[in-house]
Design a protein around this ligand. Structure first.
Ligand code: URQ
Ligand code: ZN
Ligand code: ZN
Length: 571
C-alpha cells in the first residue's frame, strides 16, 4: 500500500528531523558493530552506545535487525525512449519502487537522441528527474557516436556537471567500432572518468538474427540464440584489450554469463577492470525464453540475454563473492506487455529491458546471503559501497558513518515476502521474479533522514531526492599516488582548449573536512584519501546537538578502508 506525499519541504517535517536507531547491528563493508545511530537533518551525526541526544527525538528499535547502508542501484533507465517506445517507470515511479525495495540512490543513463548533443541530453534528463525523484540520483552519459564535439562535451560534463562515467555500446545501431572505442577510452582516462561498456559483438548478432529469422525462428527464443555467450565474452575480451592499450579503467555493465565472467577473471590482475552483474541474471534464467506464452517470454528479453545454462545464476553469485564481479545493478528498463508485443513476429523488435530496481536487494539477499554465499559485509559491498567508491561518492553514500547521508535500511532477515507484479510499486505490468519467496525484507527505509517506508507503508515524497555530483579521478580507481603524473598529462592535453581546467573537479590531496578543529582532534588515519569537491563537509550542516550539549565532536568522516589502504581484493 503506497501513500504518495507531494513535495513537503524537509524543514517542515520537524518531528522527522531527529531520529535515533537503537539496538540494531550496523553492517558496513568492513564489518559489524552493535551501536546506535543518531540522525539529524538528513545526516548521520553520532554513532555509539549511550548517545546523548535531544529529548523528543523519534526512536526506532532495531533489535534483531541489521542496519545497512541503503542500496545504490548503479544501472537504471527511467523515462527512457528506446526501440521506438518509452519505459513505463519514470523517475517518480522508479525511485518510489527503489525505496520500497531498500534502494536509496539510483544512477541512471543519459541517452542522447539522434542528432542531440550530450549536453542537451544531459539537461533533458535533469529536467525529467529533478522534482520527481524520491531519492538521490546521479547520471552516467551514453556516447552513441564518436566525434570531436562529443569529446568537448565530455570535458564540459566532467568539469561543470558532475558526470564521471560514460557508457559506450559494442552492439545496437549506435555501437562504436574498435578505433572509436580506443579514442573514447583514451579520452576517459585523460578526464579521470570511468569508461563503461555494453559488451556484445553487434555485427555477429545482426548476422545471427538475420539467419534465424530467415529460418522462421521469430519468437523470443531467437533473441537468446542470436546472442550466445561467446558473443558476449568476445566483446568483453576486446573491450578489456582496448582499454589496456590506453590504461583506461573499465567497467563492464550487465555481465550476464559465466564465459564473460571468466574473461574478467583472467584480466583482473594488474588491470582496473570492474564487472557489474544484474539481479535478473542472479535471480532467474534463460529457460523463460522457451515459455509458451509470448508475453511471458518477451517479458524476459533484455541484452545481453539471460542464459540458458541453469548454473549461471549461482555461478555469477560465486563470482560476486570472489570479487571477480564487484557490483549489482538492476538495468531496470521496463516495458508493458503491450509494448513488448511489437515484437510478436520478430524477436529483434521486442523492446529490450526488464524490471529489478524494487527487488534487487531482496533477491540478492535471498540468493546470496540466505544461501550463505555472500557475507553480510560483501552484501553491502556489492549492493552499495562499491558503487559509491567507483562513482566517487563514498563515504557520503554506501556507508554508515558520522557525516554520511542518512540513507539507511533496517533489514529484517526473518521476514519473508513473495514478489508479484500485483503488489509491486513499479508502473510495469510484469515481474520477472513473479512468485519468488524472499527472506529479508526492509522494515524501515530512511532516505536522507526521512522515514519513507515503515511497517509496510510506503510514504515517499516526490522531489525529495536531488542530483548528486560524481567527481572525476575517483581515488579508488585512479591511485592518488600516481595522480600527479595523470594531472601533468591532463593539463598538457586539455589546457589548450579549456583554460578553465582548474575548475575541473579533480581529487586534490585529501583535506580532512574539519578546518575548525584543532589538529589533535583529527584522527589522521581516518582522514587519508580524498573527499571530492561537491561532497558535504560535515561542518557545513546545521547540526546543533553538540553545540547545545557541548559534546566532543567527531571531527572527521570515518573511512575504514581509505584509498590505497586496502591491500587485498577489489581495491
Ligand atoms: O543496454 C541497455 O542497458 C539498455 C539500453 C537496454 N536494456 C537492456 O536490454 N539491457
Ligand atoms: Zn547496455
Ligand atoms: Zn542498461
Amino acid at each position: 500500500m503506497s501513500t504518495p506525499v507531494k513535495k513537503v519541504p524537509i524543514h517542515l517535517q520537524s518531528s522527522q528531523n531527529r531520529l535515533v536507531i537503537k539496538n540494531g547491528t550496523i553492517v558496513n563493508e568492513d564489518g559489524q558493530t552493535n551501536e546506535d545511530v543518531y540522525i539529524e537533518d538528513g545526516i548521520i551525526k553520532q554513532i555509539g552506545k549511550n548517545l546523548i541526544i535531544p529529548g523528543g527525538t523519534r526512536v526506532i528499535d532495531a533489535k534483531g535487525r541489521f542496519v545497512l547502508p541503503g542500496g545504490i542501484d548503479p544501472h537504471t533507465h527511467f523515462d527512457f525512449e528506446f526501440m521506438g517506445t518509452r519505459t513505463v517507470d519514470d523517475f517518480y515511479h522508479g525511485s518510489k519502487a527503489a525505496i520500497a525495495g531498500a534502494t536509496t540512490m539510483i544512477i541512471d543513463f543519459v541517452f542522447p537522441k539522434e542528432g542531440e548533443s550530450l549536453l542537451d541530453a544531459y539537461h533533458e534528463y535533469r529536467q525529467k528527474a529533478d522534482g520527481k525523484v524520491c531519492c538521490d540520483y546521479a547520471l552516467h552519459v551514453c556516447l552513441p557516436r564518436w566525434s570531436e564535439q562529443i569529446k568537448k562535451d565530455m570535458e564540459i560534463l566532467c568539469r561543470d556537471y558532475g558526470v564521471n562515467s560514460f557508457k559506450m555500446f559494442m552492439a545496437y545501431d549506435f555501437m562504436l567500432n574498435d578505433g572509436e572505442l580506443y579514442s573514447a577510452f583514451e579520452h576517459c582516462h585523460k578526464l579521470g572518468a570511468l569508461a563503461q561498456v555494453h559488451a556484445e559483438n553487434g555485427s555477429l548478432i545482426a548476422k545471427n538474427a538475420e539467419r534465424l529469422l530467415a529460418k522462421g525462428i521469430t519468437g523470443p527464443e531467437g533473441h537468446e540464440m542470436s546472442r550466445p555467450e561467446e558473443v558476449e565474452a568476445e566483446a568483453v575480451n576486446r573491450a578489456c584489450v582496448i582499454a589496456k592499450q590506453v590504461d583506461c579503467p573499465l567497467y563492464i555493465v550487465h555481465v550476464m554469463s559465466k564465459s564473460a565472467s571468466k574473461v574478467l577473471e583472467a584480466f583482473r590482475s594488474g588491470n582496473r577492470v570492474y564487472g557489474e552483474t544484474l539481479v535478473a541474471a542472479l535471480g532467474t534464467d534463460g529457460s523463460h525464453y522457451r515459455h509458451e506464452c509470448f508475453h511471458h517470454s518477451a517479458g524476459h528479453v533484455l541484452s545481453p540475454p539471460l542464459r540458458t545454462d541453469p548454473d549461471t545464476p549461482s555461478a555469477l553469485m560465486n563470482y560476486l563473492a570472489q570479487d571477480v564481479l564487484q557490483l549489482t545493478g538492476s538495468d531496470n528498463c521496463t516495458f508493458n506487455q503491450s509494448q513488448k508485443a511489437v515484437g510478436k513476429n520478430d524477436f529483434t523488435k521486442i523492446p529490450n529491458g526488464v524490471n529489478g530496481v524494487e527487488d534487487r536487494m531482496s533477491v540478492i539477499w535471498e540468493k546470496g546471503v540466505h544461501t550463505g554465499v555472500l557475507s553480510l559485509s560483501r552484501f553491502v559491498e556489492v549492493t552499495s559501497a562499491n558503487a559509491a567508491k567507483l562513482f566517487n561518492i563514498y563515504p557520503r553514500k554506501g556507508c554508515i558513518a558520522v557525516g554520511s547521508d542518512a540513507d539507511i535500511v533496517i533489514w529484517n532477515p526473518d521476514a519473508v515476502r513473495t514478489i508479484s507484479a500485483a503488489t509491486h510499486h513499479q508502473a510495469v505490468d510484469f515481474n520477472i521474479f513473479e512468485g519468488m519467496k524472499c527472506h529479508g525484507v526492509p522494515d524501515y527505509v530512511i532516505v536522507k533522514g526521512r522515514v519513507c517506508l515503515e511497517e509496510g507503508q510506503l510514504k515517499v515524497v516526490e522531489g525529495h531526492g536531488s542530483f548528486v555530483e560524481t567527481p572525476v579521478f575517483a581515488p579508488y580507481i585512479y591511485d592518488p599516488s600516481k595522480l600527479e603524473e595523470v594531472k601533468v598529462e591532463k593539463n598538457g592535453f586539455v589546457e589548450a582548449e579549456y583554460p578553465q581546467l582548474s575548475k575541473l573537479k579533480i581529487q586534490d590531496e585529501y583535506v580532512c573536512p574539519s578546518p575548525t578543529l584543532p589538529e589533535s582532534a583529527v584522527s589522521t588515519p581516518s582522514c587519508r584519501g580524498s573527499r571530492p569537491e561537491g561532497q558535504r563537509n560535515i561542518q557545513e550542516s546545521t547540526f546543533s546537538v553538540s553545540e547545545e550539549l557541548d559534546l566532543e565532536r567527531k571531527s572527521c568522516i570515518r573511512v575504514n578502508n581509505p584509498p590505497g589502504g586496502k591491500s587485498s581484493g577489489f581495491w
